[in-house]
Design a protein around this ligand. Sequence first.
Ligand SMILES: Nc1nc2c(ncn2[C@@H]2O[C@H](COP(=O)(O)OP(=O)(O)OP(=O)(O)O)[C@@H](O)[C@H]2O)c(=O)[nH]1
Ligand SMILES: [Mg+2]
Length: 413
Amino acid sequence: MGRRDVRDESDFHSRPSKRGSRPRTKQRPEHSDAVTGLVTGVDRGRYTLLVGGVAGGVADGTAGGAAGKAPDGVAGKSPGRAVGKTAGKAPGTTAGSASDETIVTAMKARELTRTRVVVGDRVDVVGDVSGGEGSLARIVRIQERTSTLRRTADDTDPYERIVVANADQLVIVTALAQPEPRTGMIDRCVVAAYDAGMSVLLCLTKADLASPDVLRELYEPLGVEVVVTRRAPSDGEADDAADGANSAGETAGGMALAPESVEEVRDRLRGLVSVLVGHSGVGKSTLINALVPEAMRATGVVNDVTGRGRHTSTSAVALRLPVAETFDGWVVDTPGVRSFGLAHVEVGHLLHAFEDLDEVAQECPRGCTHLADAPDCALDDWIEASPEDERPARAARLTSFRRLLSSRTGSDA
Ligand SMILES: Nc1nc2c(ncn2[C@@H]2O[C@H](COP(=O)(O)OP(=O)(O)OP(=O)(O)O)[C@@H](O)[C@H]2O)c(=O)[nH]1
Ligand SMILES: [Mg+2]
């Protein structure tokens, strides 16, 4: 039942002792010829791997520069497919920076059938790792994960999904309008990130449509870093932003964002593996396209009436982030989610994510639910006793926490 992050088809015999070392020099009873790859995409049982070169520090590659093909050899066919435009090259790769990298398509070895392999995983592969057209390698091991971002579809759904592995930072992408921001969603993502041991960046998009002030005020006191992006002012076009936001400027690369706002985001992603999450239509793929022009992520319009997105992206994809003419970090685009279920997070963990509240709650009566109607909850006293200037921030924090707690435990939010 416990979380087990390492799965190995040789587990039954002996645990490998030199995990993380270079496979080629590794003395293993099995698959000593395995190479390491980074999973950058998953699509119906086919895994796109980056093998060799500077794939985030993975082992030396094979067949340097061999012309690999996009998975299934269908360049850019399905929406959300990031590789395929440039056969054999990693998306985001520029000449010379990663010439010995190969894009390899793989499937899981039979032994790993029941094991989840997700974007961000580092895996050991054997077989045909040439990346040549029609080639298919075999994943035989998943290396130990440094982090695992999980979610459940809703809070009662026991089925736990792993969103991404080995990410350092969760970027919670929230539109300021179209669709309307929902603080509950943001709070829940914050908890999921803390639960996974990841840091949090709140990225408020579509600032051309609404002001970020209220959300900024709500989250900055909580210690959550906030960045704001907006659409680039349209040059010469009639300023019909109201409905233009949905219909104008939909080129292959998607909507143009104000460059300085994109650079602000890029700054916070430097050197990290970041994963973008949020509702459909908030602009995750649009932002990815601005950060990684070669990404060519499909973007979709938001329904005028419901303000909802259309679930344009259907699978997660990792892309290398260009920073100052080199590559420094990775960004993972993910499909929009309706909710971020926390059934996998133990209620006690929620408190741990809010250190100050956790400390105060030590004073609570035994069995205190910490909810708004809990008698003698020490968290209420904490607000009461707060210095005037701190009271609003404390109250906002407690409200946030209680909102989470309520939805987590199934009580009314
Ligand atoms: N006005 C405005 N529209 C934006 C901005 N960023 C993105 N959009 C629009 O929002 C819509 C949805 O963008 P996407 O990037 O497809 O959203 P997504 O989050 O990837 O959606 P899913 O893939 O469905 O989860 C598109 O029509 C974009 O052009 C922005 O800063 N301002
Ligand atoms: Mg998308």
